[in-house]
Design a protein around this ligand. Structure first.
Ligand code: ADP
Ligand code: MG
Length: 336
């Protein structure tokens, strides 16, 4: 059937449909401007904020090394034992670069989609067109919306990406990083046409952190990727730095803070690598002690046990360690 207009139609009010041109210009705009404000991006990707950053000579030197390699153009990969201060250092450097920071935490389940994004929103759209009073046009459409994840956001807009616990993700999930670091191109495998390749923004920076290889759940990243980074090995900070960190977080008086750091450091010496307690254990012990209204020798032992047992793991070994903790406490606090 052919529709033959019999009289000139007058359309009142505003048109409810966009023209194709309007739709396109909007798409262009959507492509160019980040749709989320940086506050939302940071909240969405649970970017941890570093409120307390202690900077001693040792910390500053390490920080400058990380920044040096960024300046040269190689992403730094901070490697060290749990609780030595890798994440804090990475976040602080990221902040000092002055660009928005996005964040990924690697784990066993992580996939490329978690890094780049995907079609994660589905929108059903119905169009009911009654432009012509006796003709009804009905159309149902399903629209998939692409949502950027941190790597894509960082590459597109020149953000700083902190990829924490990078070696906990399976190596294949990280393959997408190869072309980013080598050719400055991000490939979105599930996209088509022009949108498949994104040229990496000149302000893009990536900082990686990893636990040393002897930790459970750590994968060895592919050599090709490691080859494009600069590994910066760090260890626990020196005694004075740790005391300052503990004090900054807990307000513990100097002499008390020193005792806690000393005790934990002795224990660290005595335990094998994956069980060594880090700076966080010292902070937590001080918080426990602070919350008590004075403490006896038993209280002290209990606080240390509570914190160190969780940090050290393996209940089987606990009794042995119970004896060890008692020994160390009498060494640091005296027998009184
Ligand atoms: N330079 C620093 N200034 C203040 N706090 C620090 C600093 N370095 C580490 N910390 C604190 O020590 C603990 C362990 O640091 P974190 O960065 O989480 O270690 P890692 O990532 O190596 O496990 C955290 O509670 C953190 O706040
Ligand atoms: Mg960490």
């Amino acid at each position: 059937m052919k529709y033959v207009p019999t009289h000139k139609r007058v359309v009142r009010g505003k048109r409810i449909h966009e023209t194709v041109e309007e739709r396109h210009s909007k798409l262009e705009l959507e492509k160019r401007t980040p749709e989320l404000s940086i506050e939302r991006v940071e909240a969405e990707f649970l970017v941890p904020t570093i409120e307390i950053f202690v900077e001693t000579e040792q910390v500053r030197r390490l920080k400058d090394r990380v920044k040096l390699w960024i300046k040269v153009g190689y992403p730094p990969h901070i490697v060290g034992p749990t609780g030595c201060g890798k994440t804090t250092l990475a976040m602080q450097v990221a902040r000092e670069l002055g660009r928005p920071t996005v964040w990924i935490n690697g784990d066993e389940q992580m996939t490329t989609t978690d890094l780049i994004g995907g079609y994660s929103e589905m929108e059903a759209e119905s169009v009911r067109d009654r432009f012509v009073h006796n003709v009804m046009l009905a159309k149902d459409r399903t629209k998939f919306t692409w949502v950027d994840n941190p790597l894509t956001l960082a590459c597109k807009y020149g953000y700083t990406l902190v990829y924490n616990e990078f070696s906990r993700a399976k190596p294949e999930a990280n393959n997408v990083l190869l072309s980013v670091l080598e050719e400055n191109i991000l490939e979105l495998p599930t996209m088509f046409g022009d949108e498949r390749y994104i040229k990496v923004h000149p302000d893009f920076t990536a900082i990686f952190t990893s636990n040393s290889i002897e930790y459970a759940g750590v994968h060895k990243p592919q050599d090709a990727l490691l080859d494009r980074m600069v590994d910066i090995y760090m260890d626990y900070y020196d005694f004075d730095t740790e005391v300052k960190i503990v004090q900054a977080h807990t307000g513990m008086p100097l002499q008390e803070a020193k005792k806690v750091v000393k005790a934990v450091r002795i224990l660290r010496e005595k335990l094998p690598e994956p069980h060594k307690p880090g700076t966080r254990a010292e902070i937590m012990i001080c918080q426990g002690l602070n919350a008590m209204d004075g403490y006896s020798k038993e209280d002290l032992e209990q606080i240390y046990m509570d914190i160190l047992a969780t940090k050290i793991g393996e209940p089987k070994e606990l009794l042995k360690k119970g004896g060890l903790i008692r020994e160390i406490l009498s060494e640091t606090y005296g027998d009184a």
